[in-house]
Write a protein that binds this ligand. Structure first.
Ligand SMILES: Cc1cc2nc3c(=O)[nH]c(=O)nc-3n(C[C@H](O)[C@H](O)[C@H](O)COP(=O)(O)OP(=O)(O)OC[C@H]3O[C@@H](n4cnc5c(N)ncnc54)[C@H](O)[C@@H]3O)c2cc1C
Length: 354
C-alpha cells in the first residue's frame, strides 16, 4: 500500500473545504487496513478513517496524521441479507436492494457516502434508519489489532449515534456491513412528504414499488439540495449541519412558551421516547431564531433550499463555515436555551466543540 504525503482533502469532501492530510493512503483490502493502522501506530501518528467525505468538515490547517480512505468494494446477496464492503457507495446498495425487491432502505435513497459510513452516525431519513436493518458490522479493532464482527445490539445505535461515533470513536475501521432486508416487504410510507410526492406522480391508492419510493425520495432530495448534483452549489455541503435536539417534555413546553407558534415535535424513538422525550426539528428552531434560507456570512451560507444545510458558496474556508455554525448555535441557545449539536465530523484542529 502506498503512503502519499500532503494530499489535499478538500476535493475528497462534499463540502470542498479544508487543508491537506500529512499522510494519505487508500485501503482496498482488509490486510491493507491492518497495515495502515500498524504504520500509524509505529510512528505514533493519529489515524483518521474516511469514506465518501460527505459528513466531514476538514480544518483549514488539514490533518497532521494519516488519513486512510476506505476503498473496499463488493456486494453479495445471501437471501434477504446484503453483505456490502465498506467502500461501496451507499447508493449502489439502495439501488440493488430495491431492484431486487428487498425492503428496508428504500427511503434512504440519495444519501451520499459509503456503506462504511452508514453505521457510524446511524444514517437515517424519511422514517427509516440503518439501525433497524443492520445485522452485523465487521471491522478492524485498533485496540486489539484483530478483526471483529459486532451484532446489532453491540453497536449502541440511537438517533444519529452509535458506539462508532461516541464511546468507541476511532476504534473500529468498518470493512463490511450486513443488512437484513425484507423479501417482498412493503415500502415504508411514514412521511407526508413522500406520500405527497407519490400522489403527485399518480400513486393514489395504489401501492408503489420499492424503486418508485426510492425515486420519489431522490426527487424530494433534489428539490431540497440534499442530492449530490454536479454543478448545484447548494449541494456543496455536508448535508444537515445540526442534529434535531431530543428534549424532555418539560423542555418542549419551555420551547413553546418562548416561541410565537407551537413547536413541532416528533417521536424521539428508542429509550428516549420511552422516557417521554420529543425530537424537535433543528430547522424550525433556527428559523424561529430569525435565520432564513440563503442567509450568508461571506462565502458560507445556509442553503437556499434547506435551513439545516450550510453550504460553501465557493472558496469558503472551514473557519468561515464554522463561524456561521457558531453564530446560529449561539442565537438558538440565547432564544431557546438549547445548544445545537453539530452533525458533521470535524477533522483536525478547528478550535470548535462539536
Ligand atoms: C447532500 C447530503 C445529504 C445528506 N443526507 C443525509 C441524510 O439524509 N441522513 C443522514 O444520516 N446523513 C446524511 N448526510 C450525511 C452523510 O452522507 C452520511 O453521514 C454518510 O453516511 C457519511 O458517509 P461517508 O462515507 O461519506 O463518511 P465520511 O464523511 O467520510 O466520514 C464520516 C464519519 O464516518 C467515519 N467513517 C467513514 N467510513 C468509515 C469506515 N469504513 N470505518 C470507520 N469509520 C468510518 C469517519 O471517520 C467519520 O467519523 C448527507 C450528506 C450530504 C452531503
Amino acid at each position: 500500500m502506498k503512503i502519499f504525503e500532503n494530499i489535499s482533502l478538500a476535493p475528497l469532501t462534499t463540502l470542498g473545504i479544508g487543508g491537506p492530510a500529512r499522510w494519505f493512503a487508500e485501503a482496498a483490502s482488509e490486510p491493507e487496513i491492518a497495515e495502515a493502522s500498524a504504520w500509524a501506530q509505529k510512528r505514533g501518528v493519529p489515524l483518521f478513517v474516511m469514506g465518501g467525505g460527505s459528513n466531514l468538515v476538514v480544518a483549514d490547517a488539514g490533518f497532521n496524521g494519516l488519513v486512510l480512505r476506505i476503498g473496499l468494494k463488493g456486494i453479495e446477496r445471501d437471501g434477504a441479507v446484503f453483505r456490502v464492503a465498506a467502500g461501496e457507495p451507499w447508493e449502489h446498495c439502495v439501488q440493488q436492494s430495491t431492484e431486487a425487491g428487498l425492503a428496508g432502505i428504500e427511503c434512504l435513497a440519495g444519501i451520499p457516502g459509503t456503506v462504511g459510513g452508514t453505521p457510524v452516525q446511524n444514517v437515517g431519513a424519511y422514517g427509516q434508519e440503518v439501525a433497524s436493518v443492520i445485522e452485523c458490522v465487521r471491522g478492524f479493532d485498533r485496540e486489539t489489532g484483530r478483526f471483529a464482527e459486532l451484532g446489532n445490539a453491540e453497536c449502541g445505535f440511537a438517533y444519529r449515534r452509535s458506539r462508532f461515533n461516541s464511546a468507541d470513536r476511532g476504534r473500529f475501521v468498518v470493512t463490511r456491513v450486513d443488512y437484513r432486508l425484507t423479501e417482498g416487504g412493503k415500502p415504508a410510507l411514514r412521511y407526508a412528504d413522500v406520500e405527497r410526492e407519490l400522489a403527485a406522480s399518480g400513486f393514489v391508492g395504489a401501492l408503489p414499488s420499492l424503486t418508485e419510493v426510492a425515486e420519489a425520495v431522490r426527487r424530494i432530495r433534489r428539490r431540497k439540495g440534499m442530492l449530490l448534483v454536479e454543478g448545484d452549489p447548494n449541494t456543496r455541503s455536508a448535508g444537515s449541519f445540526f442534529k434535531n435536539p431530543v428534549v424532555s417534555a418539560e423542555v418542549f413546553r419551555e420551547i413553546g412558551a418562548r416561541s410565537t407558534s407551537a413547536p413541532p415535535g416528533f417521536p424521539a424513538g428508542g429509550d428516549a421516547e420511552k422516557a417521554g422525550c420529543v425530537k424537535v426539528p433543528a430547522a424550525w428552531l433556527i428559523e424561529q431564531t430569525g435565520f432564513a434560507k440563503g442567509y450568508a456570512m461571506g462565502r458560507a451560507a445556509i442553503s437556499s433550499q434547506h435551513t439545516l444545510a450550510l453550504v460553501n458558496r465557493g472558496g469558503a474556508t472551514a473557519a468561515e463555515v464554522l463561524a456561521l455554525a457558531e453564530r446560529i448555535r449561539d442565537a438558538v441557545k440565547e432564544r431557546f436555551g438549547i445548544r445545537l449539536e453539530m452533525e458533521p465530523v470535524l477533522v483536525g484542529e478547528t478550535g470548535i466543540r462539536e
